[in-house]
Design a protein around this ligand. Structure first.
Ligand code: SF4
Length: 469
C-alpha cells in the first residue's frame, strides 16, 4: 500500500484507513479481482450484513475481493481491506440496497470518469455488475447502466457467476443473471439459508449493530403487510433451523456479541429454543412484531444490554392498521407495551406510517394518543414517522404516493401534537421518501431519458427529469 502524495487524497486515504483499522475481521480476503462497492456511507454499509457476506461468498468461490464505500468528497476510493485504489480493479460489483443509492452509484462512476451508460464504455473501462435488494423488484432500472445484473440471493448461483466473470461459463447457464441486450430476463434467486448460514465475519464499531457479529436467522417474512416488500417478494420465508444455528453458535466465542437479523424475530419458529441458546450471551434483534412478544424474550434482551424497546405499531388507529394489513390488534399493542415495562424497559421507540389512503385527522391523533399511553405507562417515548411509499411488488403497487403538500401539512400537524405531549420524534424527510418512491417505480425508459439529460446526479435533478417525462 502506497500513501498518496496529494493532501486531499491523503485525507481520503486516512479516513478509509481509520474505518479499516476499526474493524475486527475473522476472515481476510486478498486480491484485486473484484471491487465490492456499497454506494453509501461506511456507517450504512456497516449496518448491512451483505457488505461482508457478499465479499465472503465471492472469496469462497475464488475471487480476490475488497470492499469500498462512498462519501461525496471521495475522489480515489480506497478499499477497506488493503487500501487499494478502485482503479486497480477490473470488475466493480455494486450492492444497491436503497433507492437513493442508485444516484450514489452514478456519482461514483462520474467521479471515476467511467461513462454511466453501458454502451458508451469501452474495453478499458471496468465491468459493472449490479446486485442487491433493488434487483428483487426493479432490475430494469439498471439496464442502461450495468454490464451484468444479478437478481436475488447471490448464494444460489455464486459459483456459476464467478465462472462467468472468469469467462468460463456462458450467461445462459445462470437463470438469475441479466446481460442487457444479450439476455434480457432474470429469475430472482432465492436461497435456502440453511445450506450456507449467513454469518458475518466483520465486527465494526459503526453501524446499527455496533461491534456485533451479524447472523441472519430468517430471510423473508411469513406476513403480508400491504406496504412491505419483504412480505411480498421474499416468499417463502426461510429460517435458519435451530440445529444449524446451534452449530453456528458453537463456533462463535461466547464473549462475541450477536446481532440477529430477521424480518421479525418473533416469527422465528423455534423462538423458545433460540432463547435457551442465547442465555448468557450479549445479543440484539433487528425487529419484533407486537403480536409475538414474550416476556422471556424481552427480559433476555434487557439483560443482554438492550436499552430501548423498539416496535412498529405502524398506526395509532385500528382502522389504519387494518388498511395496512398489519394484522395487529389494539390488545396486542397494549399488552406488548405492558410486557415491555414488566421486562424493565423504560425507553420505547415506535415506528409509524402516515399518508395512508383513507387516513383522517382522527387517525393522526391516534398516533399521539398511543404515544401518550406509552408515556403514562412510564416510558420515555420516541416516535419515528415515515410516509407511506407504494413500491412495486407489494399489495399497493401502482398506487400514488400522497402528494408532498398534503404530507407536509400532516407532518406539521403531527409535530405539533407530539410536541404538546412531550414526545420526541424523528420524521423521514418527505423529499427522500418521494425520491425512494420515484426510483423504486422508475422504468427503463425513464432512467434512460434521465441519463441522456442529467447534468448532475442529484435528487432534485432526477425528480425534475421524471416530472418532465
Ligand atoms: S412489515 Fe414486518 S411483519 Fe409485515 S410483512 Fe414486512 S417484515 Fe413482515
Amino acid at each position: 500500500m502506497r500513501r498518496p502524495r496529494r493532501s486531499e487524497d491523503f485525507r481520503e486515504f486516512s479516513r478509509v484507513k481509520r474505518f479499516s483499522e476499526s474493524e475486527v475481521r475473522f476472515l481476510e480476503t486478498k486480491g484485486t479481482d473484484i471491487a465490492l462497492i456499497f454506494p453509501n456511507t461506511y456507517r450504512v454499509a456497516a449496518s448491512s450484513l451483505s457488505f461482508s457476506l457478499v465479499r465472503d461468498i465471492f472469496w469462497e468461490n475464488g475471487l480476490g475481493v475488497e470492499r469500498f464505500f462512498y462519501e461525496p468528497s471521495f475522489k480515489k476510493f480506497y478499499s477497506l481491506e488493503n487500501l487499494r485504489p478502485l482503479d486497480e480493479f477490473r470488475i466493480w460489483a455494486f450492492i444497491v440496497q436503497f433507492e437513493p443509492d442508485v444516484l450514489n452509484l452514478l456519482k461514483i462512476l462520474e467521479i471515476k470518469s467511467v461513462p454511466v451508460k453501458r454502451d458508451e464504455r469501452g474495453e478499458n473501462h471496468p465491468k459493472i455488475l449490479i446486485g442487491g435488494p433493488i434487483t428483487y423488484f426493479n432490475p430494469e432500472i439498471f439496464k442502461p447502466i450495468a454490464d451484468y445484473i444479478y437478481c436475488g440471493d447471490l448464494e444460489t448461483h455464486a459459483k456459476e457467476l464467478v465462472l462467468f466473470l472468469k469467462g468460463l461459463v456462458p450467461a445462459e447457464e445462470i437463470p438469475s443473471l441479466m446481460v442487457p441486450q444479450l439476455k434480457e430476463n432474470c429469475k430472482v434467486a432465492k436461497f435456502d439459508i440453511n445450506l450456507r448460514p449467513p454469518v458475518g465475519t466483520i465486527l465494526s464499531p459503526e453501524g446499527e449493530f455496533k461491534e456485533k457479529l451479524l447472523i441472519e436467522i430468517g430471510r423473508g417474512c411469513i406476513r403480508r403487510c400491504s406496504f412491505c416488500m419483504i412480505g411480498h417478494l421474499q416468499k417463502p420465508a426461510r429460517f435458519l433451523r435451530i440445529e444449524t444455528l446451534k452449530r453456528v453458535l458453537e463456533k462463535i466465542p461466547e464473549d462475541v456479541p450477536l446481532g440477529l437479523i430477521s424480518a421479525t424475530v418473533t416469527d422465528y419458529p423455534w423462538l423458545e429454543d433460540l432463547l435457551k441458546l442465547l442465555e448468557g450471551r450479549h445479543f440484539s434483534v433487528s425487529s419484533m412484531r407486537m403480536d409475538g412478544l414474550t416476556l422471556d424474550l424481552l427480559k433476555l434482551l434487557k439483560k443482554s444490554g438492550q436499552k430501548t424497546f423498539t416496535v412498529a405499531p405502524e398506526a395509532g388507529s385500528q382502522k389504519i392498521r387494518d388498511i395496512l394489513k398489519k394484522d395487529i390488534s389494539e390488545e396486542h399493542v397494549e399488552s406488548s407495551l405492558k410486557i415491555g415495562r414488566k421486562a424493565g424497559f423504560d425507553r420505547i421507540k415506535m415506528y409509524f406510517i402516515y399518508g395512508v389512503p383513507g387516513e383522517d385527522e382522527n387517525d393522526l391523533r391516534a398516533i399521539a394518543d398511543l404515544c401518550e399511553m406509552a408515556k403514562k405507562m412510564g416510558y420515555k417515548v420516541k416516535a419515528s414517522l415515515n410516509p407511506l411509499i407504494p413500491k412495486p411488488g407489494t399489495a399497493i403497487k401502482g398506487k400514488r404516493m400522497e402528494d408532498v403538500k398534503a404530507l407536509r401539512e400532516k407532518e406539521k400537524f403531527l409535530k405539533n401534537l407530539l410536541k404538546s405531549i412531550g414526545v420526541s420524534f424523528e420524521f423521514e424527510s418527505i423529499k427522500n421518501a418521494y425520491l425512494q418512491y420515484k426510483i423504486a417505480n422508475m422504468t427503463e425508459k425513464e432512467i434512460t431519458a434521465y441519463l441522456e439529460v442529467a447534468e448532475k446526479f442529484s435528487p432534485s435533478e432526477l425528480l425534475k427529469s421524471l416530472a418532465a417525462y
